[in-house]
Ligand binder design. Structure first.
Ligand SMILES: [Zn+2]
Length: 270
């Protein structure tokens, strides 16, 4: 009889619904730094060995970043590859494309990726514009992202990071300072794939492997607008893993995000 009661209790306990299970409750959890995430501190707030301090990732860890989207063709393909490979990345998006395809931005965050601002219209020589025009480019990008995610669940909306990447990595001293005052982190990179030069998938793979070996990992720039990069991506990820590289996702973390929101004259408000 006693054994029966113990068995019955165990069965009952197994039957009870797990309070932590279910998408609905998870969706409201704050986006705390999770396993596989690396928090970039707000000070000094500019990262990427190409131009600044090395991004503080563990040795042989790579943070994939995808620029210039959302792209009606490329975004979906990149998202499917990242899902298959179990990698969470960061997308630096262009405001006017965000405004055209907010559904793609929602899909990016729904699948667990972070998004940052890559300006409103991608002017390569941002620093030669007036200060007002430079600020408008930053604000236009963040405004478009915030609008696209306005109705997303809070956990997904929190994937809008206080991150800015200069178009063409052509930085403006004025704008870097302006961003820093608002808790926005400038994310450059340890390497690019040069996929925008029109290389073949094989060349992109070879050059990227060499670059990642040289920098021992780091933030890597790819472009979701480049079909040859997308062709190369699955094999490139496999080849990097075979060489002992791992993949991490960069974030400002909940504190960094809260700091940007609390800034005077912030770039986004939620
Ligand atoms: Zn770009």
């Amino acid at each position: 009889m006693r054994l029966f009661l113990i068995c019955a209790a165990v069965v009952f306990a197994l039957w009870l619904p797990d309070p932590t299970a279910g998408g609905a409750s998870r969706a409201h959890l704050p986006a705390a730094p999770a396993a596989g995430q690396v928090v970039l501190p707000g000070t000094p707030g500019r990262y990427g060995g190409l131009q600044h301090l090395r991004t503080p990732l563990p040795p042989r860890a790579i943070a994939l970043t995808f620029d210039d989207g959302p792209d009606p063709t490329g975004s979906g393909q990149v998202l499917d590859i990242l899902d298959r490979k179990g990698i969470k990345a960061t997308f630096f998006l262009v405001g006017r494309y965000v405004q055209a395809r907010p559904d793609l931005v929602r899909e990016v965050v729904r699948r667990g990726h972070n998004v940052g601002d890559h300006s409103w219209s991608h002017p390569i020589h941002l620093r030669y514009r007036s200060r007002d025009a430079q600020v408008r480019e930053v604000r236009g990008g963040f405004d478009a992202l915030e609008a696209a995610l306005a109705d997303a669940p809070p956990g997904e909306r929190a994937r809008l990071e206080p991150f800015f990447r200069f178009p063409g990595l052509n930085e403006s001293a004025f704008l870097s300072r302006w961003l820093g005052e608002r808790g926005v982190i400038v994310v450059s990179a340890e390497a690019g794939t040069d996929d925008w030069r029109g290389y073949s998938a094989a060349t992109i793979t070879r050059r990227t492997l060499a670059a990642m070996e040289e920098s021992n990992g780091g933030v890597l720039i790819l472009h979701e607008t480049r079909p040859q990069m997308i062709l190369a991506l699955p094999g490139l990820i496999d080849a990097l893993r075979a060489r002992g590289f791992t993949f991490v996702q960069i974030t400002a973390g909940p504190d960094g995000r809260a700091q940007a929101i609390a800034a005077e004259d912030p770039v986004f408000s939620r």
